[in-house]
Design a protein around this ligand. Structure first.
Ligand SMILES: [Zn+2]
Ligand SMILES: [Zn+2]
Length: 739
C-alpha cells in the first residue's frame, strides 16, 4: 500500500508535490487518478497522481483530501506525452495538465459554479448537495444567479470538503462551470448512421489519388511519418478518408487534426456521412461540457474510433491509436503562443504517434520547411500529388505594381484598375470573388494631418487600430478599446485621417465602388460566434453573396464552386514581418489563397497587388514554385543557423520597470554565456517592447539539434532560479518559446 503520492497541480511550478495518502485511500489510489489536495492556507486543487511510493520525504506532508476517480482518467501513455511536452517546451507539468484536460475535469478553489435552472432532479439530493444547491440560488426570485467560486461556496455552506459534492452535482447536470455560458454552441441533432451499420463508401478515387494512397501505404512499411505534398484542390481529403477506413478495418483508432479555422461544418458533415457515430469532434469552440463528455467517452469501453479535432485533441486518451493525420500541417495556429505550454501540436502529435506505435501522415499544399526538409533528408516518406482534381490547372497570377499605379493616379483607394476590371467581369458572369487582406479593423493608423500625432495604447508599445463598427480604437495586443477623438489632443487640429487598410475599410470602399454587389466580410470581428462564421460561409456557398473579403480565415480549407477570381490586396505587410519565417509564411498564405480560385470547371485568376513586385517570393508565388522557395529559404536558414538546422529558444523577460528588465536581461545573458557560450544572442528589444504595462526584452539561445532538451531545461531552470533570487529581480517574469 503506497504511503505517498507525487501529484501534479495545475500551476506553473516546476516540481511535483508529495502528499501523504490517508489509510482509507490507500487501497483505491492509482496513478493517473484525480485527487483533491489542499494547497497553501485556504486553497485546494484537483491534482493528478504521477507516482505512488513509500519514500518518506524530508519535510512534513499534508494528506490528500479525497480521491475523485475510481479509475485513472489520465493514462500512463498520456503522462509520457505530458512529460515530453514539458521537457521540450520548457514548461511545467502543471502547465501541460491545464492545457490537456477540459475545465470541467479540474475543479479548483477559483472555479465559478452556477446552478442550472432548467434542471430537474430524478432523485432527492443528498443533504450536503442540497446545502450547496441552496447556497447557489439567487438572493431574490427576480434576480439571476451570478455564480460563486468554490472557495466562497465552501465558506457559505460551512462544508469541509466541497469538491466531491460539486463534482456529484456537475455529473447530475444540476450545476455548471461558468465558462460554458460564454459559449453559444448547442449540439445539433443530426440524423446519424447506426453504429452497427456498415460504413458508407467514400467517393472513388481518381488514378492519381489511388497512386498517392498506395505510395503512402508503401512508405509506411519503412517510415513512421509520411508527408503528402498535394497542390490545392488535389483531393487530399478523399485520400485521408480511405486511409482512415483502412485503419478502422484493422481495429485501430484515428486522430485527424486540423487547424482551428478549417474545422467547419462543411468538413465534419462530409466525414459524418462516411463514418456516422464512430466519429467524434473535439473543438475548442464547443462548450466545456461537450468536451468533458467526449473525453470520458474516450476512456470508456466504447470510445470513438475517429476523433477530428484541433490542437488540444492530442491530449485525449486513446487505447489503440493506429493513425494520426495532420492536415494543413504548415499552419501556424498549430503552435500555441499564449499561455504556456507553448507547444507545437504537429510536433507533439508526431511524438504521440511514436509513443503509441501509430503511423502519421502530414498533409499540405505548402509544407513547412521543417517537414519538407525531413522528407527530403529521408526521415519522413514523401508523396507528391501534382494534379488538381478534375483536371484543373493552377490559377494564373497577375502581379500589379501598386507604386506605379499610384504615380499614374489610377488607384481607387486600395483597388488597382486591373483588379476592379476583373471583379466587374466576374460579377457580370455571375461568378464569385475572394479578396484577401491580412489586417482586420478599419485602418491600422489614425493620424493628425497638422502635427502627425497618432494614438497609441497606454499599456502597450503599439499604435491603435481604428474600428468603425465599434466606433472605437482597439489595441490588438491587449484588447483595450479607446474612444476615437474628435480633435487631436496634441494640437487640437480637427483633421484626423485614417491611413492604411483593414478589411472593414475595404468593404466600405468596395461597396461605394460597386453599389449593387453583395459583399460579406469574414474576420475575427464578424465571426465572434461559430454560428456567424458558418452563416457567412454558407451564404457564400449558396451564392447569396458575390464577394467575400477576409483575413487569413479565407485562405484555406474552403471549397467553393464559383470562385473565378482571387485578389491579394497587399502582399507587402506579409513580406515585412520581422521574423525568420516571414517569407515562408507569406508564400504559404498567398499560395493557399490563390488556390481558392478556379475550382470545378475552370482555372481561376489571381490579382496580386504589391509595391515590391521584384521581390523573389512574389515571383515564386506567380510560378507556384514551392521547391524554389524551399531551396532559397533553407539556404538562408542554414547560413544564419535557424530551424530546421538548429533549435532556437527565445527567452522573454518581463518587468513593470524598464530599468529593471534592462539590467536583468544583461545579467541573465552573461550568466547564460558562462554555460552556453556563443550560443547566446542578445539581449534585444523586440519590435513591440511593452505589452499590458510590462516591458519586454528578448534573448536567443541557439542549440544544436543533438543537445538533449531535458538537460538544457535543467540548466535553464537552475540559472533562472539563481537570477530571480537576486535582490530586485524577484517580481520579474521569465518564459521560453521554442522554435
Ligand atoms: Zn494594449
Ligand atoms: Zn495634431
Amino acid at each position: 500500500m503506497p504511503k505517498y503520492a507525487d501529484v501534479i497541480v495545475p500551476l506553473p511550478l516546476q516540481e511535483a508535490f508529495t502528499y501523504a495518502v490517508p489509510p482509507e485511500c490507500q487501497p483505491k489510489i492509482q496513478v493517473g487518478q484525480r485527487v483533491i489536495v489542499p494547497f497553501g492556507i485556504r486553497k485546494f486543487y484537483t491534482a493528478i497522481v504521477l507516482r505512488l511510493h513509500d519514500d518518506t520525504p524530508p519535510y512534513p506532508t499534508k494528506p490528500i483530501s479525497e480521491v475523485l476517480d475510481t479509475e485513472p482518467i489520465v493514462l500512463q501513455k498520456q503522462l509520457q506525452l505530458w512529460k515530453w511536452v514539458s521537457d521540450y517546451y520548457l514548461c511545467s507539468m502543471g502547465d501541460v495538465f491545464k492545457a490537456a484536460l477540459p475545465s470541467g475535469l479540474k475543479l479548483e478553489s477559483e472555479s465559478t459554479i452556477l446552478p442550472n435552472q432548467d434542471w430537474q432532479a430524478d432523485a432527492p439530493l443528498k443533504p450536503s448537495e442540497e446545502k450547496v444547491w441552496q447556497a447557489l440560488q439567487p438572493k431574490t426570485k427576480r434576480s439571476k444567479a451570478t455564480g460563486q467560486t468554490l472557495a466562497n461556496l465552501q465558506k457559505a455552506t460551512g462544508l469541509k470538503n466541497i469538491l466531491p459534492i460539486v463534482k456529484g452535482l456537475l455529473e447530475k447536470g444540476a450545476v455548471q462551470m461558468k465558462e460554458e455560458l460564454r459559449r453559444t454552441h448547442k449540439p445539433k441533432a443530426t440524423a446519424q448512421a447506426d453504429e452497427q451499420s456498415p460504413l458508407k463508401a467514400a467517393e472513388v478515387l481518381t488514378e492519381a489519388q489511388q497512386e498517392a494512397m498506395d505510395s503512402i501505404t508503401e512508405q509506411w512499411q519503412e517510415k513512421d511519418v509520411c508527408l503528402l505534398h498535394g497542390v490545392t484542390s488535389s483531393g487530399k481529403t478523399e485520400i485521408y478518408i480511405h486511409l482512415m477506413q483502412q485503419a478502422l478495418a484493422e481495429g485501430k483508432q484515428v486522430l485527424f487534426m486540423l487547424p482551428e479555422i478549417v474545422l467547419t461544418a462543411q468538413l465534419t458533415e462530409r466525414l459524418r456521412r462516411v463514418f456516422g457515430t464512430r466519429l467524434g469532434v473535439y473543438h475548442s469552440r464547443y462548450p466545456d461540457k461537450a468536451r468533458v463528455e467526449l473525453y470520458q467517452k474516450m476512456l470508456s469501453e466504447k470510445p470513438y474510433d475517429i476523433v477530428v479535432g484541433v490542437r488540444s485533441s492530442l491530449f485525449l486518451p486513446f487505447h489503440r491509436l493506429g493513425l494520426i493525420i495532420i492536415d494543413e500541417e504548415h499552419e501556424t495556429s498549430f503552435k500555441q503562443q499564449e499561455p504556456a505550454p507553448r507547444y507545437h501540436a504537429r510536433n507533439a502529435a508526431l511524438v504521440l504517434a511514436r509513443q503509441s506505435g501509430a503511423k502519421a501522415l502530414l498533409g499540405s499544399a505548402t509544407p513547412s520547411l521543417e517537414s519538407y526538409h525531413n522528407a527530403l533528408s529521408g526521415k519522413y516518406g514523401l508523396v507528391t500529388l501534382k494534379t488538381r482534381y478534375a483536371g484543373l490547372s493552377l490559377p494564373d497570377i497577375e502581379v500589379v505594381d501598386v507604386g506605379e499605379m499610384q504615380r499614374k493616379k489610377l488607384m481607387s483607394g486600395i483597388f488597382s484598375p486591373q483588379l476592379l476590371a476583373h471583379i466587374r467581369k466576374a460579377l457580370e458572369q455571375h461568378q464569385q470573388v475572394i479578396l484577401f487582406q491580412n489586417r482586420r479593423g478599419y485602418a491600422p493608423v489614425l493620424e493628425c494631418k497638422a502635427c502627425g500625432w497618432t494614438p497609441r495604447c497606454q499599456k502597450c508599445d503599439v499604435s491603435l487600430t481604428v474600428h468603425r463598427g465599434y466606433r472605437q480604437m482597439v489595441c490588438h495586443y491587449c484588447g483595450t478599446a479607446y474612444d476615437i477623438p474628435s480633435a487631436c489632443p496634441n494640437c487640437e487640429g480637427r483633421d484626423l485621417s485614417s491611413r492604411g487598410y483593414g478589411t472593414e475599410r475595404i468593404e466600405e470602399q468596395l461597396q461605394a465602388l460597386l453599389p449593387k454587389a453583395r459583399i460579406a466580410r469574414m474576420d475575427l470581428d464578424t465571426t465572434r460566434s461559430r454560428q456567424n462564421y458558418e452563416q457567412i460561409l454558407h451564404d457564400f456557398e449558396e451564392g447569396r453573396t458575390d464577394i467575400l473579403i477576409g483575413t487569413q480565415m479565407v485562405t484555406k480549407g474552403l471549397d467553393f464552386d464559383r470562385v473565378s477570381l482571387v485578389g491579394i490586396l497587399s502582399a507587402d505587410s506579409m513580406l515585412a514581418q520581422p521574423d525568420f519565417r516571414s517569407y515562408e509564411r507569406a508564400f504559404q498564405l498567398m499560395e493557399q489563397v490563390a488556390g481558392r480560385a478556379g475550382r470545378k470547371g475552370s482555372a481561376g485568376h489571381v490579382v496580386l497587388q504589391t509595391r515590391d513586385a521584384g521581390n523573389g517570393i512574389v515571383g515564386m508565388v506567380v510560378r507556384h514554385d514551392y521547391e524554389g522557395m524551399y531551396a532559397e529559404q533553407t539556404e538562408e536558414r542554414e547560413l544564419f543557423r535557424y530551424p530546421p538546422f538548429c533549435r532556437v529558444i527565445f527567452i522573454y523577460l518581463k518587468h513593470r520597470d524598464e530599468k529593471v528588465v534592462e539590467s536583468l536581461s544583461t545579467d541573465f545573458a552573461s550568466l547564460l554565456r558562462q554555460v552556453f557560450g556563443e550560443r547566446v544572442l542578445g539581449p534585444d528589444t523586440p519590435p513591440v517592447s511593452r505589452v499590458q504595462m510590462m516591458h519586454i526584452r528578448k534573448l536567443i539561445l541557439k542549440m544544436e539539434l543533438s543537445a538533449p532538451m531535458s538537460a538544457v531545461r535543467e540548466r535553464l531552470n537552475t540559472l533562472q532560479e539563481q537570477i530571480l533570487n537576486m535582490p530586485g529581480y524577484r517580481s520579474a517574469q521569465i518564459y521560453y518559446d521554442i522554435d
